[in-house]
Write a protein that binds this ligand. Structure first.
Ligand code: FAD
Ligand code: N01
Length: 549
């Protein structure tokens, strides 16, 4: 059957349709099943895993410690699973996701290799109908978008890419078979988290690696290491307490007491000692949590920026290369602070060249390589570490139609509007997991996902128990929430950076700061308070009773 024919068939009926089988979709399926709902997951990838299915580039690993970057909902799961490293590598995270799917028997309700192309709300029936790339039509009362914040990879429109005779890759669309760069001239474009993770690994293999850097980025050492049985056991003995503590933190990560001092409350020597200690301990949360004014005060922030620049100068032997690697156009932490293993050291290798793609931008790709305004680089392979159409990309890639056939693309033409990042007015019964306007990408994402899924599940219980047919965000309340999200962001340095949080990496995308940065702890309280007030700010409706003859 072709997708054209599908409108002829009656849709398969469910209580809930979930789009995406990453951490969010899998947990949503587990919870909704637990409520006795018939749920179905559609996943575009050929298997489950989301981010960790797609991003298989060399060096891919998490930047939140694995003991925390993992589900907390099952004590048995967290007790049984052993993480091999402090920051697990992509294959281990994917293994964990597979283990979760087996343990909770999730696969039987997941359809893979199937992209949801449209989702339409039928007002008369109060149901969503989705259509997929493989011709399914399915309908459900609830549609749950677990489609990911960083799941629509972006390859910039470089002229001539089609003519390139070598191989090219994107970090977020990495092949499943090992890519061997031995003996090859490789160009990596992009120095965000993905580029910074892969560059040291590719450098070890390639005959020569050219790193095309448009914007220098801050990176701190991860200080990754194997997790000994002793460390794991000690953590596991108090796992519930750790998780409970994590819930009361802004980032959803325990073990980092909130800083009490401002950067200028202490003398320079003490500040340097503190940064030095954090540099040695590893991890980005630790670094950004050094002083309470780090992300709100430019001068305070600059002290940390300068510390990292000094580290670059110490590490990189060629002063010109070191200078080029020193970030100078944004405040540290206002783009995701990268975690690395030997990134700056890599530029001391003879087979690595840093190319300044800001002063002399990339102009064309041709069959044998890449040309910047100043030079020609013969390449066998090009790797795009150029990021994603973040936060709204995957949602707007689906033709989503709400009441009165309103398209989500129309509603969000000037930027995403949501209530709590969970729902958007005009699109009843559609939930977004970690949507724009929620803490999402500014936290440990698994903690944010669990909070959203748990809250949505409780809401669904309320809806079903009280026989509501539709629930929807109130548009006034939504406007107030969007204003609040902006107001909170404007008290910080975040909106000053040209980051993907602002949509700044996509030409033409509205510049709106999308995450809610008051902290996951505060946000959780707000959501719980709204639930306690009978879901204040949501419009709940019952189906009109049909007259009988
Ligand atoms: P995803 O994992 O992105 O899953 C969404 C799924 O939806 C995808 O599989 C996609 O194929 C599918 N999908 C999208 N649209 C459709 C459609 N129309 N039809 C069907 N399926 C669709 N966060 C952290 O907190 N800590 C980290 O250390 C961390 N490391 C990261 C490393 C990398 C390389 C990247 C890219 C992101 C990282 N993140 C990290 C963010 C990461 O995305 C989240 O932690 C988490 O994995 C998101 O899970 P998710 O289920 O919400 O989304
Ligand atoms: O993408 P990015 P990413 N010409 O958007 C450059 C998560 N993540 O995949 O800054 C030349 O950050 C662009 O340059 P500029 C994490 O949340 C986590 O690296 O726009 N260069 C930039 O350098 C992260 O934030 C981990 O000037 C071009 C780079 O490409 C998010 O995913 C690991 C260009 C893109 O950086 C995205 O990270 C990986 C052009 N035309 C990802 N276009 C962990 O460590 C873009 N660039 C957990």
């Amino acid at each position: 059957m072709t997708p054209k024919d599908v409108s002829a068939c009656a849709p398969e009926e469910f209580d809930a349709i979930i789009v995406g089988a990453g951490f969010a979709g899998l947990y949503a399926l587990h919870r909704l099943r637990g409520l006795g709902l018939r749920a179905k997951v559609f996943e575009a990838g050929t298997d489950i895993g989301g981010t960790w299915f797609w991003n298989r580039y060399p060096g891919a690993r998490c930047d939140v410690e694995s003991l925390e970057y993992s589900y907390s909902f099952s004590d048995e799961l967290q007790q049984k699973w052993d993480w091999p490293e402090r920051f697990a590598a992509q294959p281990d995270i994917l293994k964990y996701i597979h283990h979760v799917a087996e343990r909770f028997d999730l696969r039987r309700d997941i359809v893979v290799d199937t992209k949801v192309t449209s989702a339409t709300f039928d007002e008369a029936e109060s149901r969503w109908t989705v259509v997929t790339s493989r011709g399914h039509r399915a309908s459900a009362k609830f549609c749950i978008m677990a489609s990911g914040n960083l799941s629509l990879p972006r390859v910039p429109q470089f002229e001539g890419l089609d003519s390139f005779k070598g191989r090219w890759f994107h970090s977020g669309l990495w092949p499943h078979q090992t890519v061997d760069f031995s003996g090859r001239r490789v160009g990596v474009i992009g120095t965000g988290s993905s580029g910074i993770q892969m560059i040291p690994n590719i450098a070890e293999q390639a005959a020569h690696l050219f790193v095309f850097q448009r914007t220098a980025n801050y990176s701190v050492p991860s200080v990754n290491r194997p997790l000994t049985m002793e460390v794991s056991q000690t953590h596991k003995a108090r796992y519930r307490e750790w998780r409970q503590a994590a819930r009361q933190t802004p980032f959803g990560i325990a073990g980092h007491p909130p800083p009490e001092k401002s950067a200028f409350d202490v003398p320079l020597e003490e500040r340097t000692r503190s940064y030095e200690a954090k540099w040695g301990t590893g991890g980005n949360i630790s670094f950004l949590y050094a002083y309470k004014d780090m992300l709100v005060d430019k001068d305070a922030n600059e002290t940390a920026c300068q510390f990292v620049r000094d580290k670059i100068a110490e590490t990189v032997s060629d002063p010109k290369v070191a200078k080029l690697l020193m970030p100078n156009d944004h405040y540290i932490g206002t783009k995701r602070l990268c975690l690395d293993i030997g990134y700056y050291e890599t530029f001391n290798r003879d087979n690595v060249t840093l190319v300044d793609a800001k002063t002399l931008p990339i102009e064309t790709i041709y069959e044998g390589g890449l040309r910047t305004r100043g030079a020609d680089y013969k390449l066998d392979d090009i790797v795009f570490a150029t990021g994603f159409d973040a936060m709204t990309g995957a949602l707007l890639d689906i033709d989503i139609r709400g009441k009165n056939n309103l398209a989500l693309t129309t509603k969000w033409a000037d930027g995403p509007g949501t209530y709590l990042g969970l729902m958007t007015a005009g699109f009843p019964n559609m939930f977004i997991i970690t949507g724009p306007g929620s803490p999402s990408v500014k936290t440990n994402m698994i903690a944010a996902i669990e909070q959203h899924v748990d809250w949505i599940s409780d809401f669904i219980v309320h809806i079903e128990t009280n026989n509501y047919s539709t629930i929807e965000a109130d548009s006034e309340e939504e406007n107030r929430w969007v204003a609040h999200v902006n107001e909170v962001a404007d008290q910080t340095l975040y909106p000053l950076a040209n980051s993907w949080y602002m949509g700044a990496n996509i030409p033409g995308k509205p510049r709106v700061f999308m995450p809610y940065v008051a902290g996951l702890d505060k946000y959780r309280d707000i959501c719980d308070d709204i639930a306690a007030q009978q879901y204040k700010g949501f419009v709940l409706k019952k189906q009109p009773v049909q007259a009988t003859q």
